[in-house]
Design a protein around this ligand. Structure first.
Ligand code: ADP
Ligand code: ASP
Ligand code: MG
Length: 402
């Protein structure tokens, strides 16, 4: 018997009729003779609405209480979906992250899953039940509820699929699959039939919201076949796996953009060993993730270091940076949160020289200034002004995905 994990995002369970629609899909999969585990997100925009409530109460809510609040969103959906499935004459049981045996570290609001003990889930599957699990949440060693970061239900689903050695993990969402760019921003984007784990990981990490990057890491590490598809139709979705990308004939498979970026520059950092360690270890200790880092040419035994963080971390990062600047004797710092990152991604880039230059050519032609650049074997990313990002993504798509 096959085990299938199906994950339904917020837009797929936004109201009671959609929840009933999801229940129909789930029981159909069960009828096909599968053991079915379902992971659900909070209804519609519930997570955002809960966060809005927080800001109406306080500016300093404390991360433990935020997670306590946000985890309630998914608990509403699991109970309602289990009821909807039961009403169809099937037997379903809902579990919180804790009940499903999902253990995380204690990094509230961006916790990582450390291990899964799916014993109770297995027991219920053995009893022929459909198991409905709350996405986005787990329990820390000290018994606190922790959430997995925005989009974290994807990771719950894939991690559960890995722990259960499931045959397939299906991610149901509001688009038909993974596109060559965000279809809401680039109308000419096309759906990919398949994409490799590595390319998907880059796209997701570079801002393609359709999958949380950590979910793709799990899928790759545990060889979980993933299918991304719509909960609103029956079209074949996109297969993410150890596939030879069908797009290999062109160097670029997808374009991503990310508005959740802020840039910080530290001026006149003394040019001696240990400075970068000091800056980035201090930020890491404060659980501030740093993405791109650029260090300039040395002048008069000093150089500038520029790096990016997520916008949500900027407020916490600034006092930390201010203290570092004083401690290391740098001359000052600046920041800008009106920037965006645009990226081109493709495994075929390795064998196609000149792709980066082509990207810079397109941006120049559009009059878009590049503020930072970073490259890897299969991607090139540029930081640009936020208000130019839509123009940039569309121009890059027109150039590379013909
Ligand atoms: P869910 O609530 O189902 O988790 P999300 O909003 O998190 O859905 O993710 C789906 C959204 O991801 C789509 O509506 C789309 O706008 C966005 N997206 C960004 N990049 C891509 C891409 N390359 N392919 C498909 N969707 C993308
Ligand atoms: N509800 C959470 C969010 O909105 C988790 C998820 O949907 O994956 O980010
Ligand atoms: Mg999502």
């Amino acid at each position: 018997m096959r085990t299938i994990v199906q994950k339904f995002g917020g837009s797929s369970v936004a109201d009671p009729s959609l929840i009933k629609n999801v229940a129909q899909r789930v029981v159909h999969t069960k009828d096909e003779g599968n053991r079915v585990v379902v992971v659900v997100s909070a209804l519609g925009d519930t997570t955002d609405e809960l966060l809005d409530l927080v800001h109406k109460i306080t500016d300093h809510p404390g991360e433990r209480e935020i997670d306590m609040l946000l985890s309630t969103g998914e608990q509403v959906s699991i109970a309602l979906l289990a009821m909807a499935i039961n009403k169809l004459g099937y037997s379903a049981i809902s579990f919180t992250g804790f009940q499903a045996g999902i253990y995380t570290d204690d990094a509230h609001s961006k916790a990582r899953i450390l291990k899964i003990d799916p014993q109770r889930v297995r027991q219920e599957l053995d009893q022929d039940k459909i198991v409905v699990v709350a996405g986005f949440q787990g329990i820390t060693e000290s018994g606190e509820i922790a959430t997995l970061g925005r989009g974290g239900s994807d990771t719950t689903a894939v991690a559960l699929a890995a722990a259960l050695k499931a045959d397939l993990c299906e991610i149901y969402t509001d688009v038909d699959g993974v596109y060559t760019a965000d279809p809401r921003v680039v109308p000419s984007a096309v759906k990919l039939d398949s994409i490799s784990y590595d390319e998907m990981l880059e796209l997701a990490s570079l801002g393609a919201l359709v999958l949380q990057p950590r979910a793709v890491e799990f899928a790759k590490n545990y060889a979980v076949p993933l299918s991304i598809r719509s909960s609103f139709n029956d079209y074949e979705g996109t297969l993410v796996g150890e596939v030879e990308s069908v797009e290999n004939c062109r160097p670029v498979s997808g374009i991503a953009h990310d508005l959740n970026v802020a840039k910080i520059g530290i001026f006149d950092v003394p040019d001696c060993p240990g400075m970068a360690r000091k800056i980035f270890l201090t930020l890491a200790n404060e659980k501030i993730n740093v993405d791109m880092i650029i260090q300039g040419w040395v002048r008069d035994d000093r150089n500038d270091i520029v790096f990016t963080v997520t916008r949500g971390d900027l407020e916490r990062a600034l006092p930390v940076v201010e203290a570092i600047v004083k401690e290391i004797g740098a001359s000052g710092f600046v920041y800008n949160d009106q920037v965006a990152k645009v990226s081109i991604v493709g495994a075929g880039m390795v064998t196609n020289p000149g792709v980066a230059a082509d990207m810079f050519k397109v941006l120049a032609r559009e009059g878009i200034n590049i503020e930072m650049i970073s490259t890897s074997e299969i991607k090139v990313s540029c930081i640009i002004q936020e208000d130019q990002s839509i123009k940039a993504v569309n121009a890059l798509h027109a150039e590379f995905i013909k």
